[in-house]
Design a protein around this ligand. Structure first.
Ligand code: GLN
Length: 225
């Protein structure tokens, strides 16, 4: 069996091709491509990826307009049915704006766009996305964003920490994120949003392969051999 996946493209997405290449390289099956204006998703998807970029030029707030595009109603419905959804960078921003994940991604604390490799700690190695990492594993993945400063109120932060929903944490401060949170899961564990770009660490020529395990985890969790 193969993974049936889709990558959503919004006007201004710029990591949709990288995401599609990563999914195909690791899982062996190319994803379908879905346009923001489509009202429906293809039938029978196992996995949906919202890629990075500057959807709608980041106007209003990063991800805010994309979250209200026609396809997102179908993505929210699919997520609520248990379909696996990954949002990377702008995709994470879209997921918070769509209400699939708590909190918000604010302007980086240092105001500057941060574009560099960062060290992450894998906090939760039980989720379908992180099952091929070890708990506490240190990995290197690049970030590239100006709105990556994760904010939520203390009660929400305590709750997501307590429920094991912090998937990845920055090893040192990168953008001002509360508790150095780099990626979080929803309550059911089938939605992951993260600012770092695992699709940019798939083959040695990219400078490392620490992103592969995420897609391997998705494949292994969703497709029985
Ligand atoms: N690489 C990206 O997805 C960038 C996300 C968003 N536009 C930001 O700069 O914060």
């Amino acid at each position: 069996m193969s993974l049936r996946s889709a990558v959503v493209t919004f006007p201004g997405s710029n990591c949709d091709r990288d995401m599609a290449v990563a999914i195909e390289q690791v899982t062996g099956t190319a994803p379908l491509h879905v346009w923001h204006g489509d009202a429906e998703l293809p039938e029978g998807l196992d996995f949906i990826a919202l890629p990075g970029g500057f959807s709608y030029g980041d106007y209003l707030r990063s991800g805010a307009m994309a979250a209200r595009s026609p396809i997102m109603q179908a993505v929210v419905a699919a997520a609520n049915r248990g379909v696996a959804v990954l949002g990377v960078c702008n995709g994470f921003q879209v997921l918070t704006e769509a209400g699939l994940l708590p909190g918000a991604l604010m302007r980086n604390a240092g105001i500057r766009f941060v574009c560099r490799e960062v060290q992450l700690t894998v906090e939760n190695s039980q989720s379908l996305f992180t099952r091929c990492y070890a708990a506490g594993q240190q990995i290197r993945i690049p970030v590239a964003h100006h709105d990556g400063n994760f904010f939520a109120d203390d009660a929400t932060l305590d709750r997501i920490e307590g429920e094991g929903r912090v998937a990845f944490r920055y090893a040192e401060p990168v953008n001002g994120s509360a508790r150095n949170i780099a990626g979080i899961l929803n309550a059911s564990g089938n939605v992951l949003g993260m600012m770092p770009h695992p699709e940019r660490m798939i083959e040695a020529a990219q400078g490392g392969t620490d992103g592969r395990a995420l897609f391997e985890g998705v494949l292994g969790a969703l497709v029985s051999a």
